[in-house]
Design a protein around this ligand. Structure first.
Ligand code: OAD
Length: 251
């Protein structure tokens, strides 16, 4: 069986989403990925125009890269800070903020994105499992992560902490453990609807969330193409997040 046939045997593909019917007791877990910010002008990582075509990921997003060349790492994240600072939330971010207003604590919004577009759209409780672009921390002492919107481009030296350590981006790099996994898995256990939006389904552990809850929740994917883990979803709604989500959640 070819990949697409196999996917379709499990995942019902739908191009015209209707409004999502939710009961007053439903608990909704939404996982967003780079695709939710694509219509805001922030490039996704994989696919056409993906970020890693210009930068090899291991050169810029791993503890090893940090040890080898912190200046290059900061150049990369400074570029990403500037791009994100210029971006504005799109209708997908606003639709999710409205969903939070309606569901309150029955919505758990977890993002792999490090931009702050969900917050700019009005979402109040966002779990950033891969960290936050506009926060930094010390790579040596245990001072808390702090807000930092600066750019640190070469030839300037990367910033230093009072303790002598280096200030690094507050980002989960490859080889590091994502943030808030206890809270995330607790929310997965009790959700009745799981929705992934704009994520290619290849980066763990997020790619396995849908398999983790399969059987006890309705599972929906939203994006223009089927993700790598499409066979784990019961429904795939094919389209751009900025068009699908406002229809799905209503005005
Ligand atoms: P990817 O770049 O892997 O996937 C983005 C997905 O968004 C693709 O499946 C696209 O089809 C989809 N997409 C594109 N435009 C869209 C739109 N308008 N609406 C909805 N979907 C759209 O991004 P992620 O899966 O988020 O980690 O990547 C996961 C992690 O890999 C990132 O958080 C990052 C990266 O390495 C770290 O930096 C630690």
């Amino acid at each position: 069986m070819g990949r697409v046939e196999r996917v379709r045997a499990f995942c019902r593909v739908n191009f015209i989403p209707t409004m999502l019917a939710l009961s007053p007791t439903d608990r909704v877990f939404v996982l967003t990925g780079a695709g939710v910010s694509a219509e805001s002008g922030i490039q996704t990582f994989r696919g056409a125009g993906g970020l890693w075509r210009n930068y090899r990921i291991e050169e810029v997003a791993s503890p090893r890269a940090w040890q080898r060349d912190p200046g290059l790492v900061w150049e990369f994240y400074s570029m990403r800070r500037r791009t994100a600072a210029a971006a504005k939330p799109n209708p997908a971010h606003f639709a999710l903020a409205r969903l939070e207003s309606a569901l309150q604590e029955r919505l758990f919004l977890c993002t792999q994105n490090v931009d702050n577009l969900h917050e700019q759209a009005g979402s109040k409780n966002v779990v950033h499992m891969h960290g936050e672009l506009f926060r930094s921390r010390c790579d040596t002492c245990n001072r808390s992560p702090f807000q930092d919107t600066n750019s640190y481009d070469p030839p300037g030296e990367p910033p230093r902490c009072e303790c002598g350590g280096r200030i690094r981006p507050h980002i989960c790099w490859f080889g590091e453990v994502p943030f808030e996994l206890d809270r995330i898995f607790a929310a997965l256990e009790i959700c009745s609807v799981f929705m992934a939006v704009g994520t290619s389904g290849v980066v763990e552990p997020a790619a396995s969330f849908v398999a983790h809850i399969a059987g006890h929740a309705r599972t929906i994917y939203v994006g223009p193409e089927e993700p790598a883990n499409a066979s784990s979803f019961t429904e795939c709604l094919l389209g751009r997040a900025g068009e699908v989500l406002p229809n799905l959640f209503g005005a």
